[in-house]
Write a protein that binds this ligand. Structure first.
Ligand SMILES: NC(=O)c1ccc[n+]([C@@H]2O[C@H](COP(=O)([O-])OP(=O)(O)OC[C@H]3O[C@@H](n4cnc5c(N)ncnc54)[C@H](O)[C@@H]3O)[C@@H](O)[C@H]2O)c1
Length: 382
């Protein structure tokens, strides 16, 4: 089966690597000067490293590279059965590319988008055969992160969905099915990890290092929120928050933070610029390792995260199993949030949220109706 990938940037190159490693004939296309050459260099370096680490032998490396046609001609996608688009995050440009692709491939070819934030329906909306369009959202770095969110649009046929799921599963990925709503599962449910941590900082409750320490040391998260925002890049993380906030018609639950905005304005993007919440040329500041304070911080962020996961379930964004899988496999959370909620006790989560709500009288702290209902009925998720 021939697979094509449109856009040879970070994501496209990683996706092409996966498909070629799984034995597909791949066409990796990019329209920008130098992009294809860069992608080839980058992929060669990655594969050489895999050879050094003895994950693959040099014959396999050559075979993987030989399966990829690094192309600057869109017509080269002809004959593909499955195309994944991973170009710039811009609706108009993506729509143009989808229209062009439809002129080249036959009716049966599935065309998927790796968009993080655009609606799949809006991309499919310009297509003649909209039922072949679907979202497949990989995580960065694509060859290493196991999760793929699969997003059928209202126009997507069940055949397109089933074929896409079987391709992604055959690639050894963990696929979850999610509705075509802003942020899908991960980028929606994870918002409070950043947003509530920023709020705690803004209220002067604790500094960045202490909040990071609390979530890692007491919560078991692999990275603290400020470390993670610095790693992702404040510009990228802020844009996702702003997009989710706008797409949800300004629901205060997703309100972006001035603290993060100022970081971007100052050029403090994070690790990539040498400075973000932390200065990477200096020793890191010490956390205030007070366990009571740490528990208070963790408890507040975690109850907001759980509320978000419960609300996603309430609104049928995905199944409870997929919501939990998405957070453990897509962003390495130590436990699925709904499983975690059961362990803590739904009553305890609800009472924490009600305390926050009664203190702040802000809509962002409203408990999900499903959480209230389940507590009333004395139910658990699993
Ligand atoms: N980077 C991430 O962490 C991440 C994670 C998941 C999804 N995504 C999504 O994947 C997509 C690509 O992101 P990225 O980080 O790989 O971007 P990137 O900037 O690294 O790469 C985009 C590539 O697309 C090419 N391109 C732009 N317009 C094109 C066009 N009209 N035709 C052909 N090629 C074109 C560019 O030359 C570039 O090589 C976006 O939709 C993004 O939202 C990104």
């Amino acid at each position: 089966m021939k697979i094509s990938v449109i856009g040879a940037g970070t994501m496209g190159t990683g996706i092409a690597q996966i498909a070629a490693t799984k034995g597909h004939e791949v066409c990796l296309y990019d329209s920008f000067l130098g992009a294809i050459e860069n992608a080839k260099d980058k992929l060669e370096k990655i594969l050489n490293r895999l050879v050094e680490k003895e994950r693959i032998c040099s014959k396999e490396k050559d075979e993987i590279l030989n399966r990829i046609n690094f192309s600057k001609k869109l017509e080269d996608v002809k004959g593909s059965s499955f195309i994944i688009e991973a170009i710039i995050e811009n609706l108009k440009i993506k729509q143009n590319v989808f229209s062009e692709l439809e002129k080249i491939v036959d009716e049966k070819c599935i065309i998927a988008s790796n968009t993080s934030s655009l609606s799949i329906a809006s991309i499919a909306g310009v297509c003649k055969h909209a039922n072949r369009v679907i979202g497949v959202h990989f995580f960065n770095p694509a060859p290493l992160m196991p999760l793929v969110e699969i997003i059928p649009a209202v126009q997507t046929s069940s055949k397109t969905l089933n074929t896409t799921k079987s391709i992604v599963d055959n690639w050894g990925k963990v696929s979850v099915l999610t509705k075509d709503t802003p942020g899908f599962i991960v980028n929606r449910v994870a918002r409070p990890f950043y947003g509530e941590s920023l709020r705690i900082y803004e209220e002067g409750i604790a500094d960045f290092a202490t909040i990071d320490w609390a979530l890692k040391e007491i919560g078991g998260f692999r990275m603290g929120p400020f470390e993670l925002m610095d790693y992702i890049g404040n510009d990228i993380n802020y844009t996702v928050t702003e997009t989710v906030f706008t797409s949800f018609y300004f629901d205060p639950r997703y309100k972006p933070s001035f603290t993060q905005k100022r970081m971007i304005e100052a050029g403090y993007f994070g690790r990539k610029s040498g400075r973000g919440y932390y200065d990477y040329s200096k020793e890191f500041p010490k956390a205030n390792e007070n366990r009571d304070l740490g528990k208070q911080i963790l408890w507040r962020v975690l109850s907001m995260l759980i509320n978000e996961a419960v609300d996603a379930l309430y609104l049928n964004i995905a199944s409870k199993e997929d919501i939990d899988l998405a957070m453990t496999k897509g962003v390495n959370y130590p436990k699925g949030l709904l499983m975690w909620a059961d362990e803590i006790g739904l009553k305890n989560i609800l009472s924490q949220l009600e305390d926050l709500y009664s203190e702040y009288k802000e809509d962002r702290y409203r408990p999900s109706p499903l959480l209230r209902r389940m507590v009333k009925q004395n139910k658990s998720f699993y």
